[in-house]
Write a protein that binds this ligand. Structure first.
Ligand code: NAD
Length: 327
């Protein structure tokens, strides 16, 4: 699939973050010239440390809020995988201005720079949060509700801008609405850590994870390798009908928080048998959390030949091996 990228250059913004570093790793392991633009706001130097000695890798330390940095990074680039953003719904509620600056103004800068550099395709991280308060399951790309957070607004605005840049300037774009991604290098630390790395670290330390609500809320947890596959399909597809639209990126199944903790315990117990005795705590549901999330991945299967290889069990099994070795 990646053969056609042999003489191409791919820019990964946010390449020092969780998803971005996994994209860089796959590109580099296929000998593809890879540029990483990152300001290390939430990304880590250690995530890209092994890449620095690769002749195909270039780091541009810069900020997407700065148009000049975006132009520098886009120089001679063929494809953009735009991941740089400030994630986390609670962070956006606490500081909507910075989230908007990075996720909207920064996104617009990247579109402008990509347009000016005549890139072939601009693939960007959208989000399942765009479904907002729409209750129907599974989520189908054409039907969204009202956003439930400043973060969700920024991700929806990204889709609107991408569409307008296609219509106004002919820039080819693909938006990938990620659903609760997890896997190696996802940060377990900090106030805005995602639930899986946070719980893994707590279980390893024999601390009781805290579930919001009774644990019956469910999510379409998506292993990183499925996300990498979608990004690679998005930059390599030759199907013109697959361009200038958005896709759900998920496995297409949902798991409750209680089921998730059982899975984590099961796989972590392979390393430390006493983890199965660690108890779970509960507190009130978080305001604005939707009860359930589940994606239809039919559109991606049909137009991009997406074939997710990792269900949640297989993904968790691999992820905990990585955390056990690296935490
Ligand atoms: P992450 O925080 O690990 O990675 C984001 C990267 O962007 C970091 O390396 C950070 O330093 C960089 N960055 C932030 N602000 C920047 C700026 N102003 N200039 C340059 N670089 C900047 O997060 P992630 O989980 O890898 O998320 C990647 C993308 O996927 C984001 O756009 C996020 O909104 C989106 N997304 C993630 C999930 C998920 O479950 N992880 C779900 C939906 C959407």
């Amino acid at each position: 699939m990646l053969d056609k990228l042999q003489n191409k250059t791919v820019l990964v913004t946010g390449g020092a973050g969780f998803i971005g570093s996994n994209l860089c790793e796959t590109l580099l392991s296929n000998n593809i010239k890879t540029i990483c633009l990152d300001n290390f706001a939430t990304g880590k130097k250690e995530n890209i440390q092994p890449f620095l000695k690769d002749k195909n890798f270039k780091l541009v330390e810069g900020d997407i809020r700065n148009l000049e940095d975006c132009h520098t990074a886009c120089n001679n680039v063929d494809y953009v995988l735009h991941q740089a953003a400030l994630g986390s719904v609670p962070r956006s509620i606490k500081d909507p201005i910075t989230t908007n600056d990075v996720n909207v103004s920064g996104f617009l800068n990247m579109l402008v720079a990509a347009r000016d550099a005549n890139v072939e395709r601009f693939v960007y991280a959208a989000s399942s949060s765009t479904y907002g308060d729409h209750e129907a399951l599974p989520k189908v790309e054409d039907t969204i509700g009202k956003p439930l957070s400043p973060y969700a607004i920024t991700k929806y605005v990204n889709e609107l801008y991408a569409d307008i840049f296609n219509k106004s300037y002919g820039l080819n774009t693909i938006g990938l609405r990620y659903f609760n991604v997890f896997g190696r290098r996802q940060d377990p630390d900090g106030a805005y850590a995602a639930v899986i790395p946070l719980f893994v670290k707590q279980f390893i330390n024999h601390e009781s994870p805290m579930i919001n609500g009774d644990g019956s809320f469910s999510r379409d947890f998506t292993y990183i390798d499925n996300v990498v596959q979608m990004n690679m399909l998005a930059i390599t597809t030759t199907n013109k009908k697959a361009l200038n639209t958005v896709y759900n990126v998920a496995y297409g199944d949902r798991t409750t928080l209680l089921e998730l903790t059982e899975l984590l315990k099961k796989h972590l117990s392979d390393f430390d048998d006493t983890i199965k005795n660690v108890s779970i705590k509960h507190r009130e549901n978080r305001v604005g959390d939707i009860p359930h999330s589940l994606a239809s991945v039919d559109k991606a299967k049909k137009l991009l030949n997406y074939n997710p290889k990792f269900n949640i069990n297989d993904g968790i099994k691999e992820a905990v091996v990585w955390y056990w070795k690296n935490l």
